[in-house]
Design a protein. Structure first.
Ligand SMILES: Nc1ncnc2c1ncn2[C@@H]1O[C@H](COP(=O)(O)OP(=O)(O)OP(=O)(O)O)[C@@H](O)[C@H]1O
Ligand SMILES: [Mg+2]
Length: 255
């Protein structure tokens, strides 16, 4: 069986900065991977390459065994890739429910407005309401997305990612800016998502939460993988430890 996601020798340079310097790894379907590393390690850049938001200088991205390296983001989304932050930024002037309904249509056509016309409104609304319940946003359906407090907005991003019924979900710092209570709720939601069989790749500086919920840790430093495996074993590795201390790792655990 092919991996849910497979990266082969991905690299990209921005001027003098080799942001990603030859990254290879495969993620099995259903796994929960924490992608960590000091500021500037290349985590977001790697996620953008996987999502089709940046073309790599070399290397390949495979989703479910299919080479998608040359495909646009929308084509990858139709193959079951979802990510929060860049793609699923909520439409602020729409209701919370419509944001999720629109997310659901996005997988079927690359044009969000055609998506709105083509879907069965009632069935999709019911499904969207169900997803909002999963992320703890029941009762907010008719509010404007713009009126949600920040913590709920972050959960709406996850709801929109879930709406496309993804196989693989990429989360770039989904806890950033959340207080302790909101962060715990968000983590619980992400955990539930993984329990439904969705493969999760989580970029996060909150190491306490990452260690608690991820089954595998991949550590990037200067665009290279310097650690990969069982979270505790990876964190005990002196090479990984030195990268954090030397790189002035910022954690939000105390926030
Ligand atoms: N569009 C760009 N143009 C030039 N340099 C870039 C660009 N995007 C990222 N970089 C550089 O590439 C390197 C990797 O950045 P990236 O944002 O991927 O790191 P990161 O691991 O996500 O860091 P953080 O934890 O702070 O979010 C950094 O040196 C950054 O300054
Ligand atoms: Mg980043």
């Amino acid at each position: 069986m092919s991996a849910a996601l497979q990266l082969d020798d991905l690299a990209i340079r921005f001027g003098g900065v080799q942001a990603v310097a030859g990254v290879s790894f495969a993620v099995e379907a259903g796994d929960f991977v924490g992608l960590i590393g000091p500021n500037g390690a290349g985590k977001t850049t790697l996620i953008k390459i996987v999502a089709g938001l940046l073309p790599p200088d070399r290397g390949k991205v495979r989703l479910g065994g299919i080479d998608v390296t040359g495909d646009a983001t929308a084509a990858r989304v139709r193959r079951g890739l979802a990510l929060t932050y860049q793609i699923v930024r909520p439409f602020r002037e729409m209701t919370v429910l419509d944001n999720v309904v629109l997310g659901a249509g996005y997988r079927r056509t690359s044009n969000p407005f055609r998506a709105m016309l083509h879907i069965d409104r009632r069935r999709e609304s019911e499904r969207a309401a169900h997803i909002l319940g999963l992320v703890g946003l029941a009762g907010t359906e008719r509010k404007l997305a713009a009126s949600l407090p920040f913590g709920q907005m972050k959960r709406l991003e996850v709801a929109r990612a879930l709406a496309i019924d993804p196989k693989v979900i990429l989360l770039d710092e989904p806890l950033a800016g959340l207080n302790h209570t909101e962060a715990s709720k968000q983590i619980e939601t992400i955990s539930d998502v993984n329990k439904q069989g969705i493969t999760v790749i989580l970029v996060e500086h909150n190491l306490e939460e990452v260690m608690r919920i991820c089954r595998r840790l991949i550590v990037l430093n200067n665009g290279l993988v310097i650690g990969d495996g069982e979270p505790r074993a990876v964190m005990a590795d002196p090479v990984v430890h030195d990268a954090y201390v030397g790189g002035g790792m910022v954690t939000h655990a105390e926030a």
